[in-house]
Write a protein that binds this ligand. Structure first.
Ligand SMILES: Nc1ncnc2c1ncn2[C@@H]1O[C@H](COP(=O)(O)OP(=O)(O)OP(=O)(O)O)[C@@H](O)[C@H]1O
Ligand SMILES: [Mg+2]
Length: 254
């Protein structure tokens, strides 16, 4: 069953065509990889799906509803979470506080009501805290929950970014380079964690240059090059596709 439909997306920045007529679907509970050389348009497509950019042409359907044109917050509330390629943590807040910040858009009681301690606000506060504890356990960050985000090593900061995204209870999670900069053992742990995230019923679209991670995780891979979709298919098909090897994989050992 299709969850996200990307239909004929074109995005132009000034004179530069960042994406040209890109189309593909993502089914529920799939892990789909989006790969391609630097500047291929991968992050731009993430920005369009999550509402930070608007396409010049084409549309995005999520759960059968058109979402391009909607506000970023609205799209997040509909069930799309993401981590950015660049760090976006609140560095001077604790890990626990960072995860709590991920809930904000999801709960009805306004922050000022929480300050007044109305019964409804107190109840939501308790639910949020319990969920944050559960997410930190799931992401294996509990022992560090009182640490400042700034004190975490790079690999753990990426794990925390995912924990924050999970707080909004997404149906679709967009991961922009989750293992880039990680050492091999952190990468292995993250690959397993992403599998467990899918095990929770969350669909995953992942941009990543680490081909070991992409090939072992993804059910299907879409390859972009210079803003154009080159090919899509299973990891085995992508690995042996001459056009992909020429444009991107080169002589990488996978
Ligand atoms: N806000 C912007 N304004 C102008 N040009 C942009 C903007 N965002 C992206 N671009 C350009 O669009 C093209 C695609 O960039 P994008 O960041 O989507 O690539 P990418 O595939 O994510 O690359 P990387 O693997 O290096 O992260 C690039 O040429 C980039 O310079
Ligand atoms: Mg990018």
């Amino acid at each position: 069953m299709v969850l996200l439909e990307i239909q004929n997306i074109t995005k132009i920045f000034g004179g530069l065509i960042a994406l040209r007529d890109v189309s593909f679907d993502i089914n529920r509970s799939e892990i789909v990889g989006l790969i391609g050389p630097n500047g291929a348009g991968k992050s731009t497509l993430f920005n369009i799906i999550s509402g930070f950019h608007h396409p010049d042409k084409g549309r995005i359907l999520f759960k059968d509803r058109q979402i391009n044109g909607l506000q970023v917050d609205r799209i997040a509330r509909m069930g799309i979470g993401r981590i950015f390629q660049e760090p976006t943590l609140f560095m001077q807040e604790t890990i626990f506080e960072n995860v709590l910040s991920g809930f904000h858009r999801h709960y009805r009681e306004a922050a000022w009501k929480a300050l007044l301690h109305t019964p409804a606000a107190n109840r939501e506060e308790r639910i949020k805290k319990n969920k944050a504890i559960e997410i930190l356990e799931f992401m294996e960050l509990s022992a560090l929950s009182g640490e400042l985000a700034a004190n975490l090593p790079h690999g753990r900061q990426r794990v925390l970014a995912i924990a924050i995204a999970l707080a909004s209870e997404p149906d679709l999670l967009l991961l922009d380079e989750p293992v880039t900069g990680m050492n091999p053992s952190e990468t292995t742990t993250m690959i397993e964690k992403i599998r467990q995230i899918r095990g929770r019923g969350i669909t995953v679209l992942i941009v990543e240059h680490d081909m070991r991670a992409v090939m072992s995780l993804c059910d299907r891979i879409v390859v972009l090059n210079l803003g154009v979709k080159l090919v899509e298919g299973t990891p085995d098909r992508i690995k042996s596709d001459e056009r992909v090897i020429e444009a991107y994989l080169g002589k990488q050992v996978i």
